[in-house]
Design a protein around this ligand. Structure first.
Ligand code: TXD
Length: 321
């Protein structure tokens, strides 16, 4: 089987960890694109020079030219700036939309058959814009948020219950912002509801609910918690891991069910927007949306989140994108 190729657009914190993880897993050859001369070349050289030590055998190449992403099977985009002090949300939206537009034009021209995973913030808007500029099939343009948000939620549950995180299944739906919806009722430890385990632990339903509410709140604010500690940037190890899991599912045609920001055509009562829901990821990108039954409270929370996404997209359109 011919070696696969992943192109990374953006060579910052997440881009660097992505290149290293893809190398370590021998998932594909890597092209790291960034506009600043020599920087992507330096980063990929540094990672490649560890290949003897770590025992991986893929090609890693840095580039300043879009033509080098030719024939990429998967493109992962992290290009964009984080918000700086004094910058409004609209300022950030304008800055990153400009960057995303130029990236979309480059990818459209040089990797028109790729499946694209977008990480850049504001996520739901950037995914929408990329698809609009390229005209790529909706199933081939996917955003990363839910895999990470769900992993964060799962980690908090595992730490609380003192069990392996490998045995936790928990999912977060909705947009990538404060309105995201951690699905408490479906969260389980190898099939056993987490709420049941919490009630057994505390012997008290009210206390169990309080503990769960705190984990839900922490999940929603988890990105900010890391920013607050790092002070100079946002999370980068875990978003990279999340995108690699998605790329692995796509390249290996694994049909994994991963919460992803995908285009809805009426599913969950949403038509024509990118929103985080469980999706079957395989060689065609998002191959199917998995619907789950939501109760009234969950549906109401999901609707709030969908409205936040709609407002974000409307803001972007108002700004001329
Ligand atoms: O889960 C998620 N989706 C996220 C998203 C979790 C954490 C962070 N998330 C967002 O990812 C974050 O808010 C940023 O928008 C992106 C990338 O985060 P990272 O930490 O990697 O940011 P850096 O280190 O600032 O890197 C951004 C890169 C850097 O190489 C820039 O120079 C590059 O973007 N950049 C460009 N690349 C290509 N083309 C253009 N025009 C360009 N402009 C900037």
């Amino acid at each position: 089987m011919a070696k696969k190729k992943i192109a990374l657009i953006g060579g910052g914190q997440i881009g660097g960890v992505l290149a290293q993880l893809i190398g370590l897993r021998e998932l594909a050859d890597v092209i790291l694109f960034y506009i600043v001369e020599d920087m992507p070349q330096g980063k990929t050289l540094d990672i490649a020079e560890a290949s003897r030590i770590d025992g991986f055998d893929v090609k890693l190449k840095g580039t300043n030219e879009y033509k080098d992403i030719d024939n990429a099977d998967v493109v992962i985009i992290t290009a964009g700036l984080p918000r700086k002090p004094g910058m409004s949300r609209d300022d950030l939206l304008t800055t990153n939309a400009k960057i995303m537009k130029s990236v979309a034009e480059g990818v459209k021209e040089h990797a028109p058959n790729a499946i694209v995973i977008i990480i850049s913030n504001p996520l739901d808007a950037m995914v929408t814009l990329f698809q609009k500029v390229t005209g790529f099939d909706h199933n081939k343009v996917i955003g990363q948020a839910g895999v990470l948000d769900s992993s964060r939620f799962s980690s908090f549950i595992a730490w609380e219950l003192g069990v392996s995180v490998k045995d936790i299944n928990a999912m977060v739906l909705g947009g990538h912002g404060d309105t995201m919806v951690p699905l408490v009722r479906y969260a389980n430890v190898n099939g056993v509801p987490v709420m049941e385990q919490l009630e057994r632990k505390y012997g008290d339903a009210t206390k169990a609910k309080e503990v769960m509410d705190a984990m839900v709140t922490r999940t929603k604010k988890a990105g900010g918690e890391v920013v607050g500690l790092l002070k100079t940037g946002s999370a980068f190890y875990s978003p990279a891991s999340a995108a690699v899991a998605m790329a692995e599912a796509i390249l290996g045609d694994q049909k994994r069910v991963l919460p992803s920001c995908v285009y809805l055509n009426g599913e969950y009562g949403v038509d024509g927007y990118y929103v985080g829901v469980p999706a079957v990821l395989g060689e065609n990108g998002c191959e199917r949306v998995l619907e789950v039954t939501l109760n009234d409270e969950e549906q109401a929370a999901f609707d709030v989140s969908v409205n936040a996404v709609k407002n974000l997209v409307a803001d972007m359109e108002r700004l001329g994108f």
